[in-house]
Design a protein around this ligand. Structure first.
Ligand code: GLU
Length: 366
C-alpha cells in the first residue's frame, strides 16, 4: 500500500528541495572568508630589476605581476638594488638578520621572496639556506633577461617565487631557488650557463619541484640540516671571517695560498683536481697554511662529486713528520659542496669552532 504524505509535509519538502525555505532550515554555513597567505618580498637588485635608464624598485617589481592577488597578499621592501656580485658580506649578514627578524616578529608571513642577480645567486641563496632559522621558506628569484629585453622573464619568475613562498609544502626545505618554472635547493643548485634561461641546475641531484599552471609540485626532498635544525646563529656575528678559494691547475704556484694566509685568510678552500690532486708547488702553500693554523677545505673543481673525509679510526702513520701531522690537523674534506659553496660553509663553520673534527662534522651535516 502506498503511503501518502500529508500536503503540508509535501510543501515543506518541496521548499526544502527548491531552496525557498527560511534560512534557519537551509542556509549553508557562510564560507569562511579565505585569507590568502602573506608573502614578504625583499628586493636586492640584479638583472631582474636592471631596466635601461634606471633600475626597477621593489614596488615596481611587486606591481609587475598580473594576478599575484590570486595567490598572496604581498608586502615588500627594498634592501639593495645592485648586481649580485656587488653585495658585500656585511650586506649578506644584514639580509639574513633581517629575514630572521621578520620571521621572529611577524607570524603572519607565510614566506619570504628575495630577488637577486643571478651571477652569484647560488652563494647568497646558500648563505640564507644556512642562516635563516625558521620553518618558513626563503625563495630566491632572479632573471636572465633584463626588463628592457624582449622575452624578459623576471615578472613570471617572481610570481612563481611568490607562489612557492605561499605554499605550505615549501616549509622546512631550506632556501629555494626559483627560475624558469623550476625549484632547486640552494644547497645543490649552480649557475651552469652564462646566458641561457635554463641555467640553474642541480646536476645529478635534480630539481626539488616545479611550478606549473595549476599548482606548485614538489617531488624531491633535501636530507641535510636546514631551517630550525641549522646551528648557525648570526645574532652575535658582526663580521664573517675571510675565506679564499684557490683553484688547482697544472703547474700552479703555492704562492697564492701563502699570499691568502699572509693577508688574513682564516680558511682556504682548495678547488682540487678530481678527488684531491693539487699541482705545481701548491703543497708547499698548503703546508704553510697548516703551519699558520689556517684550515684548508678540499672541494672538487669538477662541478660534482664528493671529497670524503679520511677515516678517523686510522692512526697517523708513526713515521709521519710533524708537518704532515699538522697538515692533517687543519685539513677538512669538503664533501659534495662546490668550491664557492664550501667557502660559504667554512666562513660559517669558523664562527662556531676552530676544531678540525667539529668543522668536518659541519661539512658532513649540511
Ligand atoms: N647578472 C648580474 C647579476 O648577477 C646583474 C647585472 C646587474 O644587475 O647589474 O647581478
Amino acid at each position: 500500500m502506498t503511503r501518502l504524505f500529508p500536503p503540508t509535509l509535501l510543501l515543506a519538502m518541496a521548499l526544502l528541495c527548491s531552496g525557498l525555505a527560511g534560512p534557519s532550515l537551509l542556509a549553508q554555513p557562510a564560507p569562511a572568508a579565505v585569507t590568502l597567505p602573506r608573502v614578504h618580498f625583499v628586493a636586492t637588485g640584479g638583472t631582474i630589476s636592471n631596466r635601461d635608464g634606471g633600475r626597477l624598485t621593489a614596488e615596481e617589481l611587486a606591481k609587475s605581476m598580473p594576478g599575484v592577488e590570486r595567490y598572496a597578499r604581498l608586502t615588500f621592501e627594498q634592501f639593495a638594488n645592485v648586481a649580485s656580485s656587488e653585495l658585500s658580506l656585511a650586506q649578506w649578514l644584514g639580509l639574513a638578520k633581517r629575514i630572521n627578524a621578520l620571521y621572529a616578529s611577524d607570524k603572519d608571513i607565510a614566506g619570504v621572496v628575495v630577488t637577486s642577480g643571478t651571477d652569484t645567486l647560488e652563494e647568497t641563496a646558500f648563505f640564507l639556506h644556512l642562516t635563516v632559522r625558521d620553518p618558513r621558506p626563503v625563495v630566491v628569484v632572479g632573471s636572465m633577461r633584463n626588463p628592457s629585453t624582449l622575452g624578459y622573464e623576471g615578472a613570471a619568475n617572481l610570481l612563481e617565487g611568490v607562489r612557492v613562498a605561499a605554499d605550505p609544502a615549501a616549509r622546512n626545505k631550506g632556501a629555494l631557488v626559483v627560475l624558469n618554472d623550476e625549484i632547486n635547493s640552494a644547497r645543490n643548485v649552480t649557475k651552469t650557463d652564462a646566458l641561457r634561461l635554463q641555467t640553474f641546475r642541480s646536476r645529478e641531484y635534480g630539481q626539488l619541484g616545479v611550478v606549473d599552471r595549476d599548482r606548485v609540485v614538489f617531488f624531491n626532498q633535501i636530507t641535510q640540516r636546514t631551517n630550525e635544525r641549522t646551528e648557525f646563529d648570526l645574532a652575535n656575528v658582526a663580521e664573517l671571517p675571510r675565506v679564499d678559494v684557490i683553484m688547482v691547475y697544472q703547474g700552479a704556484s703555492g704562492d697564492l695560498i701563502k699570499a691568502a694566509v699572509d693577508n688574513g685568510a682564516k680558511g682556504i678552500v682548495i678547488a682540487v683536481a678530481g678527488a684531491g690532486a693539487t699541482s705545481g708547488t701548491q703543497q708547499e702553500g698548503l703546508a704553510y697554511a697548516a703551519e699558520k693554523g689556517v684550515f684548508v677545505v678540499s672541494s672538487t673543481r669538477t662541478g660534482s662529486g664528493r671529497i670524503a673525509p679520511p677515516r678517523s679510526d686510522l692512526p697517523v702513520a708513526a713515521q709521519a713528520t710533524e708537518a704532515q701531522r699538522r697538515r692533517r690537523m687543519f685539513s677538512v674534506a669538503g664533501e659534495d659542496h662546490t668550491p664557492v659553496k664550501a667557502r660559504v660553509l667554512l666562513m660559517l663553520a669558523l664562527t662556531r669552532s676552530s676544531d678540525r673534527a667539529e668543522i668536518q662534522r659541519i661539512f658532513s651535516e649540511y
